[in-house]
Design a protein around this ligand. Structure first.
Ligand SMILES: [Zn+2]
Length: 125
């Protein structure tokens, strides 16, 4: 499939995903806004539910940001270009992860550096 055609397809997928994420966020936020009137012994479960929801909201917000960034880069014509090395990102990779901003090689390297960075912190006497 030509790259241009592929990106058009990706754009549609991203736009649909964006709508879904927005709907989900709205739903989650509605839940957070409802007044709670729970018995004291049910309080823990309620708090747990809310914390779970709050975590989900931030996951969804990040996802939305990624999707919107990807859509913006499609508009600008820079979609599918690795932010690190400037090479085109593999289409197979974009197919799996439409909001990818790094090519496979750079992604692996970034992850490797992150792992090494955590493991070799020098002692600070
Ligand atoms: Zn790269």
């Amino acid at each position: 499939m030509p790259r241009k055609k592929f990106i058009e397809k990706e754009k549609k997928i991203l736009e649909e995903e964006r709508v879904q994420v927005l709907e989900e966020l709205e739903h989650l936020r509605e839940f957070m806004q409802t007044e709670v009137d729970v018995e004291p012994d049910e309080g823990d479960a309620e708090i747990f539910e809310r914390e779970k929801n709050a975590a989900l909201i931030s996951v969804m917000e990040n996802k939305l940001k990624d999707i919107e960034a990807a859509l913006r880069s499609i508009e600008k014509g820079s979609y599918g270009i690795c932010e690190r090395c400037g090479q085109p990102i593999e289409l197979e990779r974009l197919e799996v992860k439409p909001d990818a901003t790094l090519c496979v090689k750079c992604q692996e390297e970034v992850e490797r550096l992150a792992r090494r960075g955590r493991g070799s912190r020098p002692f600070n006497w």
